[in-house]
Design a protein around this ligand. Structure first.
Ligand code: SAM
Length: 258
């Protein structure tokens, strides 16, 4: 075996090892860590973060007119389901899917959905943000709270979200709280140590999100940095709002003249 063949073989072995390592992240031996992560998130969601979800659901339903909307909503990285249950109780004609990489979250979600009597409108699916198991133009709304900071390849994941949005649909992805959360409550949550996950600077994150939108050619989008008028110093987090445009009207007309 000459040197070039040996180098090529080592490269192939390395690639195989990397592929195996990636698979191992979801293999059974990784499961206990995921189980603990789901239990921890559920405990926080039911305790210090509890006021965040009803407030966010009120805000999202009002802003995007979801109370009367029929269709499919996806909560990407919905975790133990506190937001999706609040959303489903306010949106009687929407079906909601919790698309999360950690399936240990799902029993928590179902228990909450059962007790809120909306389990028949909630689904849960093992999903990686980087390769979403939905066809394109599928979702009427995508929400995602407190998870994008964990995505390894954010442009890939944001591209996936855009792909599955129906034309005219909206996605809201971010971390923190919505502006309708009382500032004293928001501050109390921050005082007990924020949001979980990697620490972040608002401006840096905004620049990162803008760069991703530019790279993907996604427009229109908005970056929302909520501030409460009565208490501007409280860190509410950051949200990216993406609207997938309807197809331009001329697309239909040019088809007719063909
Ligand atoms: C901090 S928890 C937030 C849970 C929930 N969104 C909330 O606000 O309560 C982050 C969630 O993102 C999920 N997650 C992390 N990486 C993911 C990925 N690549 N694809 C899908 N879900 C992911 C985790 O399993 C976890 O449920």
């Amino acid at each position: 075996m000459n040197r070039r063949t040996r180098t090529a073989m080592s490269f192939l072995v390395l690639l195989a090892a990397l592929a195996t390592a990636h698979e191992a992240r979801i293999a059974p031996e990784y499961a206990p860590a995921l189980e603990r992560a789901a239990a921890r998130m559920n405990a926080s969601a039911q305790d210090r973060l509890a006021p965040v979800y009803p407030a966010m659901a009120d805000w999202v339903v009002e802003r995007y007119g979801l109370a009367e909307m029929a269709g499919i909503g996806i909560d990407l990285g919905g975790g133990p389901g506190d937001l999706i249950v609040e959303l489903a109780t306010r949106t009687p004609a929407l079906y909601w899917i919790n698309a999360d990489i950690n399936t240990h979250n799902f029993p928590y979600l179902y228990r909450k959905a059962e007790s809120s009597k909306i389990a028949h409108r909630i689904g849960a699916v093992f999903a990686d943000a980087h390769a979403l198991p939905f066809k394109e133009n599928y979702a009427d709304i995508v929400v995602s709270r407190g998870t994008f900071q964990f995505w390894q390849e954010k442009p890939t994941a944001f591209g996936e979200i855009y792909r599955i949005l129906k034309p005219g649909a909206v996605a809201l992805i971010g971390r923190g709280y919505t502006e309708n959360l009382e500032p004293a409550v928001a501050q109390a949550i921050r005082d007990k140590q924020g949001d979980g996950g990697p620490k972040y600077e608002i401006e840096e994150t905004a620049a990162e999100l803008r760069a991703i939108m530019k790279k993907l050619g996604i427009e229109p989008y908005r970056i929302l940095v909520p501030e409460h008028e009565r208490q501007p110093g409280v860190k509410y987090g950051i949200w990216l709002e993406i609207r997938k445009p309807h197809k331009p009207a001329y697309a239909k007309e040019s088809k007719r003249t063909d």
